[in-house]
Design a protein around this ligand. Structure first.
Ligand SMILES: Nc1ncnc2c1ncn2[C@@H]1O[C@H](COP(=O)(O)OP(=O)(O)O)[C@@H](O)[C@H]1O
Ligand SMILES: [Mg+2]
Length: 227
C-alpha cells in the first residue's frame, strides 16, 4: 500500500486495485486544545475520535447511497478505522463547500455587521479554497470560473448537490432533535468526470446544536450513533 498523503485528520493510501484507503486518525482540528471545524491546524487528539468519525461518516454515506447521490464511498472497516473510496481529482488544489442554516463561525466573523448570531440563513452555500497558508479564502462563482477552477455549470452542480446532501444530514440530525447550523463538504471528479462527494461527513465537519447549545463532535457522534 502506497501512502499518498498525510492529512490533518486522515492519511490517504492507494490500494493495489487503484482505489484509495482513508485512515481516520484521532486528531481533530482546532486551536489551543479547543475544537473548531473551521481551523486549519490539528488542535487536539482525542482517543476514539477517528473511530467515531468514521462510524458517523459511514451512516451518512450509506444514507446518500440509498438516495442515489453520487459519492466516493465503497465500504468502511470500523475495526481498522479505514474507509475504501473511489479515487477522485479535486478542483484546483481542493475546495470546501459550506452550507449554512444559521449564522455562526466564519460567516458571523465576516458579516457580523449585517447578521445576528444564529440568524436563519436558509441553506446558504459558499465555497472556500483549501489553502491553509491563506486561511481558506472564500471565492465567488465568477472567481472560480475566472481562475479556471470550476466552470459555471460545475458550480451549479456543486451547489445543488451541496443543498441536497446537507438536507439529508439536517434531516438525520432532526430525528434526534438536533439542529444543523452549518456543514462543510468536499467534492471531486471521478475517472468519468462525474462530480462526487468525497472525504468524510463526521462531527468535525459540522456545527450542531440541541436546545440552542452547541454539541461537541464526539458528543454529537455518540448521540447520532446511539451509544
Ligand atoms: N476520494 C478521494 N479522492 C482523492 N482525494 C480524497 C478523496 N477523499 C478525500 N480526499 C482527500 O484526502 C485528504 C484527507 O485527509 P484530511 O486529513 O482530511 O486532509 P486535510 O488536512 O487536507 O483536510 C483530503 O485532502 C481530501 O481532500
Ligand atoms: Mg480534512
Amino acid at each position: 500500500m502506497k501512502q499518498l498523503y498525510a492529512g490533518k485528520t486522515k492519511d490517504v493510501f492507494e490500494l493495489e486495485n487503484g482505489n484509495y484507503l482513508l485512515k481516520f486518525k484521532d486528531d481533530v482540528t482546532g486551536e489551543d486544545g479547543i475544537f473548531d471545524p473551521g481551523a486549519n491546524t490539528v488542535g487536539l487528539s482525542i482517543e476514539g475520535a477517528g473511530k467515531a468519525g468514521l462510524k458517523l461518516t459511514q451512516l451518512f454515506f450509506e444514507k446518500l447511497k440509498e438516495k442515489g447521490i453520487p459519492t466516493h464511498y465503497i465500504s468502511a472497516d470500523v475495526e481498522n478505522t479505514t474507509m475504501t473510496v473511489v479515487p477522485a481529482t479535486v478542483f484546483g488544489e481542493g475546495l470546501e463547500v459550506i452550507c449554512r442554516y444559521r449564522a455562526v463561525g466564519s460567516f458571523l466573523r465576516r458579516y457580523g455587521k449585517y447578521a445576528d448570531e444564529a440568524q436563519a440563513l436558509n441553506g446558504f452555500v459558499e465555497v472556500t479554497l483549501k489553502d491553509d497558508e491563506r486561511q481558506d479564502p472564500p471565492i465567488s462563482k465568477d472567481g472560480l470560473a475566472m481562475l479556471g477552477i470550476l466552470t459555471n455549470e460545475e458550480y451549479e452542480t456543486l451547489k445543488e448537490l451541496t443543498r441536497e446532501i446537507s438536507q439529508v444530514v439536517k434531516d438525520e440530525l432532526a430525528k434526534k432533535a438536533i439542529e444543523l447550523y452549518d456543514i462543510k463538504l468536499e467534492f471531486g471528479r471521478d475517472a468519468n468526470n462525474q462530480i462526487l462527494l468525497i472525504d468524510e461527513i463526521s462531527g468535525g465537519n459540522m456545527r450542531a446544536y440541541k436546545n440552542g447549545e452547541y454539541i461537541e463532535p464526539l458528543a454529537l457522534e455518540k448521540m447520532m450513533l446511539n451509544n
